[in-house]
Design a protein around this ligand. Sequence first.
Ligand code: NIG
Ligand code: FE
Length: 417
Amino acid sequence: MSPSGDERPRPLLIRDLAQVASPAGRAAPLRGAGLSEIDLIEDAYVLCEGGRLSAVGSMRDLGRLPGEVEELDGRGMSAVPGLVDCHTHACFAGDRVEEFSLRAGGATYEELHAAGGGILATVRATREAGDEGLRVALERHASWMLRAGTTTFEAKSGYGLDRDTELAQLRVIRDAGGSPTFLGAHAVPPEFGEVGTAAYIEFLIEDVLPDAARLAEAADVFLERGAFGAEEARRYLEACRDAGLGLRLHGDQFTEAGAIPLAVELGARSVDHLESTGDQGIEALAASDVVGVLLPASALLLNRPMPPARALVDAGAAIALATDFNPGSAYCESLPIVCSLACTQLRLSPAEALAACTVNAAHVLRRAERKGRLTAGHDADIVLLAAEDWRHLAYHLGGPVVQTVVQAGRVAWSSPA
Ligand code: NIG
Ligand code: FE
């Protein structure tokens, strides 16, 4: 507290940074050549006031600041915008390390799912956890994400598949400051095995959606062989849209089952995965406003083909990168690792990767006005990297590259090293 008793935090000045790197311009989403344009300031400072960025510039232009200012020494470091993870399943209980071992021995993800394991194993653990258990689990996972540089995250329900647990997940995500997505249509729970998928969709629409729509910002569906078909997905998504939610789809993960045409027709915010997308899908996505969310950690961990990222960008599609953090297909909360995979497996440049997990991911969450850039007026969410060249974000695979994370103008995490 300041001597005047005013509890407003003092402005924070981060000075003498080797580089500040931020996606250029003001547009969102970025596509094509726009994804490669970075505003780079060398020997730079960033000033945060009242939770926002008030100035970003060159040290030689930094005048005297009136009043008390907290200073952070940025020597030897670079700064990028706080990372935005627009696709996670971070609200889960338990883990699936046993399944991981079975997959290492040759079992496939789809086989485990069909045998009642996979997603349904996490559903059992999540239903048992209770509200408090879920809150503790999400806070733990959110702290891992923060340490990896994620200052804004989305998280989905979809491990409850009953009214109370779906709503509990959405509440816990909202209360932790995340962007909640209603993924009731993730799998059909065992109690609907007899009556079937269509009856489960009707249950979601009638009994869960009215309350879910008050908690969530978007809805999502797993459109895939063995999960939900295109017509079931349409019924669910149309009802969710009518209830005021933005639309997302898990699509083209294992098969092309109509996710892209449906997403384009319904004006969805995104189609996520795309490991199986062919030429027609690439063209259709590029001609639309739907963002292709690429999840290379999931493709890597399931030993699946990587999504056609280069072709999507070259065709003019808007893409974002996310972790897909979940206990099954992607037990990885690190966007820096995802950026490394993007530059080595997806043939994206470091600049394209940065835009994809900052401004474009913020656009998917409808937060690009305030998140994803280091621009005066934006939220003061900043990642300080332990390297003078910001491209170490993607270069240092799995290394301690995130030095300090600033959220709303305050240091939220700093590496003890
Ligand atoms: O995005 N594919 C569907 N859902 C998640 C995985 C969820 C899980 O395995 O628990 C995904 O990969
Ligand atoms: Fe997912």
